[in-house]
Design a protein around this ligand. Structure first.
Ligand code: FES
Ligand code: FE
Length: 462
């Protein structure tokens, strides 16, 4: 049976009816358990290797609400360390990024090496009588640290499966959709950060949502802030209509949702070979606006496989990493309480691409999403209002509806990957919440490995 009841959190996500209980966005106990059972257990995205290329380079990131230092030790090995001194808990690193030889705590001066080991204690001889076992008081280290194609992740839980196994076909596809987009991909310096008054899951759920743009972003579109893209989309639609091809850019385009284990998912438009051929006809105009030509590169085709190569929707690497593949950006939705989320935007450029294309990517990175992005201002306002309402004692009696498309689209499986093609739907959102319930119901990695929802079989109707 595709849907079954397994535990208390499963009862808050009624996958059959497509209904989700509002308490999951507002309840403080649920939020605290998310920090424990999801963030302290999952592989969390830290940074890109190009942000810490040399020994001593560091970048401050988060696991749940906790500050961690992603760094390279003297041997060049990646390390992820909890940014909290073992003496009184003070942060040992305050700068967001930089290069260091060691981390000196500014409270009493305990000093830690790049691998987290405690290497200096003021008064070690006179005050501690040389009886402090320094080997036991290093910074807390991540259970596992690994990089997939230059994208660095860490988990605090040593029982977690290795990164590639955790990502599986769909998580890897998600990252491939950005990693294969450049021959020499690097992160642009600086990360855009802003706070939105919303629950982190609403920000994740929205990334799969292609139902809202025509309403939420109507004014942004009318302002003409992406005039060229709109013009190009119109030309694409016209050529598609002439050739009798369904869709073309925009709302009418066929959709694809790809289901992965542990909650990884991709949802959004499908880029069919026919539409790609039309884009090739428009290649001169399209060059730096919509750079999808990487799909013609043999290496990308091999990495993405037959399902991924046609997929141009948005991947979410569970729990909170959005691969905003259209813009060559990554966004983290960092929890800061049940009603607050810090949104981070990393922008990537391909050093091997033309200067114009690199410039256009950065410009797009500044004006579409992020604090100054017109679209994110529209989105944030909606998420804020939704989150406020979730706290209502009356509103909470009534679940939210995620039933769009339920039972209507048939699962296909190719290259070990389950997906559905169809019109706009909410399968990806519901998949994310079902998986969320699996994580919340499991009290260990062993339990989660045994009791997680596996991708549906061919012929199923999610
Ligand atoms: Fe860090 Fe005391 S808190 S040395
Ligand atoms: Fe939006």
């Amino acid at each position: 049976m595709l849907y079954e009841t397994r535990g208390p959190f499963r009862s808050l996500v009624d996958a059959k009816a497509g209904a989700v209980d509002r308490s999951i966005y507002a309840d403080d106990d649920i939020y605290q358990l998310e920090l424990e059972r999801i963030f302290a257990r999952a592989w969390n995205f830290m940074c890109h290797e190009s942000q810490i290329p040399k020994a001593g380079d560091f970048f401050l990131s988060f696991i749940g609400e906790e500050s961690v230092i992603a760094t390279r030790d003297k041997k060049g090995e990646l390390q992820v360390l909890l940014n909290s001194c073992r003496h009184r808990g003070n942060a040992v690193c305050r700068a967001e990024s930089g290069n260091a030889r060691s981390f000196l705590c500014t409270y009493h001066g305990w000093t830690y090496g790049l691998d987290g080991s405690l290497i200096g204690v003021p008064g070690y001889k006179d005050f501690y009588h040389e009886q402090l076992d320094k080997s036991q008081w290093g910074l807390v280290k991540a259970g596992k640290v690994a990089s997939y194609k230059g994208f660095v992740f860490a988990t605090m839980d040593p029982e977690a499966p290795d990164l590639e196994e955790y990502l599986g076909e769909v998580g890897r596809m998600g990252i491939d959709l950005i990693a294969e987009r450049g021959k020499d991909l690097v992160a642009v310096e600086g990360v855009q950060k802003s706070i939105i008054g919303c629950n982190w899951k609403l920000a994740v759920d929205n990334l799969f949502d292609f139902y809202h743009p025509q309403i939420s972003h109507a004014s942004a579109t009318m302002s003409g802030f992406r005039k060229q893209v709109d013009k190009l989309n119109a030309e694409e639609r016209e050529l598609a209509a002439k050739a009798g091809i369904a869709g073309g850019s925009g709302v009418g385009r066929p959709h694809r949702v790809v289901f992965g284990a542990y909650g990884h998912c991709v949802g959004g438009p499908r880029l069919t070979p026919e539409i790609r051929a039309i884009r090739t006809q428009l290649a001169d105009k399209i060059d730096s606006l919509i750079d999808d030509d990487f799909r013609d590169w043999p290496q990308a085709q091999e990495a993405l496989g037959e399902v991924g190569i046609d997929t141009s929707g948005h991947p979410n690497i569970f729990p909170n990493l959005w691969v905003a593949s259209q813009g060559s950006q990554l966004s983290l939705r960092l929890p800061k309480g049940p009603g607050r989320t810090e949104i981070w935007w990393f922008t990537f450029i391909d050093k091997a691409a033309t200067e114009k294309r690199q410039k256009d990517r950065v410009e797009r990175g500044n004006h579409v999403f992020g604090a100054a992005g017109l679209l994110e201002q529209d989105d944030g306002e909606n998420w804020d209002q939704s989150t406020r309402a979730m706290r209502g004692v009356i509103a909470r009696r009534y679940p939210l509806n995620f039933a769009m498309g339920s039972g209507h689209d048939e699962v296909k499986v190719a290259s070990n990957t389950a997906y559905v093609d169809g019109p706009i739907n909410e399968h990806a959102q519901l998949w994310t919440y079902r998986s969320w319930a699996d994580w919340m119901d499991a009290d260990s990695w062993a339990a989660l490995k045994q009791n997680h929802t596996v991708p549906p079989e061919a012929g199923a109707r999610p």
